[in-house]
Design a protein around this ligand. Structure first.
Ligand SMILES: CC(C)(COP(=O)(O)OP(=O)(O)OC[C@H]1O[C@@H](n2cnc3c(N)ncnc32)[C@H](O)[C@@H]1OP(=O)(O)O)[C@@H](O)C(=O)NCCC(=O)NCCS
Length: 180
């Protein structure tokens, strides 16, 4: 387990899949994600099997919060596209329990993921892509220390319109300065 203040990361289990299917069939959750088709449990099971074949450092993790004495899953996150020579990686996150949005869990999870990426995986640069329309996500990434570094103009087509895809990143030196 990887522990933060109010959250922890754990490995994803097969039993999590029905919950993921519920979350990822919610149009509000999908607003910020690239998925756009109804998702079946069978295709999520296929995703799970292929995920187990990925390098361990690139396997997504479940985000959990404490609920009484137990831990409750609220979403997932992970690091992928690790480049061993450039010491870089990309991150992704979603919180499927949308009644818990805007309570700081997303930015706390991202801070914990950054700590994992820099202090455990020894990365030098961590980046992500986010749609310009996903204001909540952008704000939560800024709170975690990400800075805007570029813009893929009209890089996504959603809801009948082209939208820009923002590129954000944190460098190790920035993370160290923030953590000091
Ligand atoms: C994006 C996501 C992970 C953020 O998690 P979260 O727990 O809601 O984020 P936080 O509470 O840490 O921060 C949200 C911030 O956005 C702000 N916010 C919310 N709606 C906003 C809007 N429309 N415009 C600007 N800021 C907004 C909140 O006020 C808060 O900022 P504050 O703490 O300064 O007040 C979560 O909302 C989510 O999973 N959404 C669905 C999937 C998704 O979009 N994933 C991201 C793909 S790139």
């Amino acid at each position: 387990m990887i522990y933060g203040e109010r959250i922890r990361f754990r490995a994803i289990e097969r039993e999590d899949l029905p919950r993921f299917v519920n979350w990822l069939n919610d149009p509000e959750v999908l607003e910020g994600l690239a998925l756009y088709l109804p998702l079946s449990l069978s295709s999520e099971q296929r995703w799970f099997e292929s995920m187990l074949n990925r390098p361990p450092d690139e396997q997504p993790m479940a985000i959990e919060i404490r609920e009484g004495d137990a831990w409750k899953p609220i979403g997932n996150c992970g690091i992928f596209n690790l480049d061993s020579r450039c010491r870089s990686g990309e991150v992704g996150i979603f919180i499927g329990e949308k009644q818990l949005w805007n309570q700081g869990y997303g930015s706390e999870a991202m801070r914990l993921l950054l700590r994992h990426g820099f202090a455990t995986l020894n990365l030098n640069r961590i980046s992500l892509d986010v749609y310009e329309t996903t204001r909540r996500a952008i704000r939560s990434y800024e709170k975690a220390g990400f800075v805007l570094e570029g813009r893929k103009r009209q890089g996504m087509y959603k809801n009948g319109a082209y939208i820009d895809v923002l590129q954000m990143s944190v460098l190790r030196q920035e993370w160290l300065a923030q953590s000091a």
